[in-house]
Design a protein around this ligand. Sequence first.
Ligand code: CU
Length: 134
Amino acid sequence: MKFITIAAILGLALSFSASAHISLKQSTPQNSAMLMQSPEQLTLTFSGEVQLAKVLLSDAANKQVDFNFKPSAKANSNFSWPLPKLEQGNYTVKWIALGGDGHKMSGNFDFMLHSSDAHSKMKNMSAPHKQHNH
Ligand SMILES: [Cu+2]
């Protein structure tokens, strides 16, 4: 009796935390990444299965890059799309996803693309560069 109660409480706690704490675990490019060449793929990895409702890739002028995103019909934890060749600049990825319980979550991250040439000419490292230790 005691065992069953503890197991039930544990089970409840586990399932609750699993649905409540799904988050973006990893992405390519990574958040704050600084790239020397256009990334070939956009990859999102979540800590649990989600259905992606929206993923927007936009440049610094807020212009969207079309990469053939389609909302996911099936829940998954790993998503990936080939990207067109990107120009130098700053990019933001915004995503909206639904967890298994219909819980809506969203987030965003940034990355920067610049040429090795521009990089070597950079005298004053801007704040985003400092974060990358170079
Ligand atoms: Cu740099």
